[in-house]
Every structure is written in C-alpha cells, then in structure tokens.
Design a protein around this ligand. Structure first.
Ligand SMILES: [Zn+2]
Length: 267
C-alpha cells in the first residue's frame, strides 16, 4: 500500500498528464493567433515604408538623370521620356547606373507605374505603387480624416492632398473592386482628400488625373468615398468644388446636387 502510493508520486513527477499537455498546446495556439497577425502587419508596414523610400529615391535620381542626360533634358512630356528610356523607366535607370537599388515594390514584387509631369519648367518623375491601399480598408481613410481634421484647422486643400501623399508614400489607389461594374472599370485612379465647409469632415474623391494636377485645383471626382461608403458619378459633371458649401457629410448627402451627380455603389 505504501509502496504503491510512493510509486504513483514518482510517476506523476516524471512526466506530464494528458490534460497538462493539452493546456500547454491551447496556450501556444492562442499565443500564435495573437502574435502571428500582428507580426505580419508589422512586416507589411516595414515593407510599405521601404517601398516609399525606394520610390522617393527613384524620383530624386530620375531628376538627376533628367538634368545630366542631354537628350532626356529636352523632354517635356511622358511620351518623350519613354521614347528614350522605354516603358520601364526604373529599369533604364538601373541599366544606365543612374540608380542602384531595387526597382520593384517589396510588398507586391511588382514594378512601379511611372508618371512624368512638366509644369512651370519643372520636370518631375513619380514612381507610383498601389501597395498603400490595396486592402480596400476604409478605416485607413477614417484614420487619415481624423488626423487631418486634428492637424489642419486652417488648412489649404492642396496641403491636405500633399500630407496624405507624403504620409502614405503616394496617394492610396482606388481598388479594382470599387471600380468594377462602373464606367471607370480598369482605370488607374487615386484617392484625394477634400474637406467640407466646417473643415472637420473629409471626403475622398477618386480620379485619374496626376498628383500635380490635383494640387493645381482640379477638384473633380469620378468616385467618392464618404464614411466608408462609395458613390459613383453618373452625370458626367465631375466637379466637386461646390462640396465646401456643405458643413458635414449628411448635409452633402441630402443635397439634391449630390444626388443628381452620384449614386451609391451597390455590390
Ligand atoms: Zn509598393
């Protein structure tokens, strides 16, 4: 009797019971469920930041190449630049030693979209990437809106567009899902912010004009994102300049001019 008890004690000290093993496994599964997604989003954020650095570097070195190269220096349009460099401008820069780092987005592993503008004798080469907003995550817009509203009490509209551009390393791209089934299907569009009259409400408008043009005051929208809902222009009159007459989003949505120009996109 005494021996048996002693034996049992020794046995239980040597190993784990099935229940203990299960508890440990359950804890590990819970920890993994918590830690792995936050690690993945950390890695994503790092890569998006890396993409932004690369594109900024490409843009600067493009300008250096532009001023250095006798032929490219004559270009005042994107077509003229591409006639010399070929479609893949970043690849041309790499091949000709104007740039020496990666020319693909670390998030998607895809090359960048090149855009050249020439305004007031100032050339600019941009390397665009959709990696900043391919998730269709409208909480991103809400977060930007709140930050903008908090930071810019007396802001200029161009400042707002610029701040989003700088903070996200580009303007967030309108996803294909949003554009599918609309007249704008297949187009590359980017979201610009636009504030309403009280300067605390922000709507985003998607349009396919260049970043520079949107700073010049071409306040037009083909699709709109308002509080997570998407509205598509149906009228052909794309101007959204009058939106500043409305003090908040519900005023805008209730206005007849809004209704006649835009309809909510149904999935
Ligand atoms: Zn990217």
């Amino acid at each position: 009797m005494w021996d048996l008890k002693k034996n049992n004690k020794i046995k239980s000290k040597k190993g784990f019971t099935l229940v203990e093993v299960i508890i440990v496994l359950v804890i590990l599964v819970i920890l993994a469920a918590i830690l792995i997604p936050s690690y993945v989003s950390y890695v994503d954020k790092t890569k998006v930041a890396q993409c932004k650095v690369q594109r900024g570097d490409l843009s600067q070195k493009f300008l250096a190449m532009y001023h250095y190269d006798d032929e490219i220096r004559k270009c005042t349009s994107e077509d003229e630049v591409i006639a010399i460099t070929g479609q893949d401008v970043a690849q041309y820069m790499l091949d000709n030693e104007y740039y020496e780092s990666s020319i693909i987005c670390p998030v998607h592993g895809q090359p960048y979209e090149f855009r050249f503008t020439y305004k007031n004798n100032r050339p600019k080469g941009e390397f665009l990437c959709g990696c900043v907003s391919e998730t269709d995550d409208f909480s991103v817009f809400e977060a930007i809106s709140k930050r903008i509203a908090a930071a810019y009490t007396g802001w200029d509209r161009s400042d707002v567009i610029r701040s989003v551009h700088e903070e996200y390393g580009g303007l967030p791209e309108v996803s294909g899902d949003v554009l599918s089934g609309t007249a704008f299907e297949g187009k590359a569009m980017y979201w610009r912010p636009y504030y309403l009259g009280n300067r605390t409400s922000v709507v985003f408008y998607g349009v396919d004009i260049s970043y520079e043009d949107s700073l010049q005051g071409l306040w037009r929208g083909k699709v709109l994102s308002i509080d997570g809902r998407v509205y598509v222009n149906t009228s052909g009159n794309y101007s959204i300049a009058g939106f500043y007459n409305y003090n908040n989003v519900s005023e805008l949505l209730n206005s007849s001019s809004f209704r006649s120009n835009f309809t909510e996109k149904q999935d």
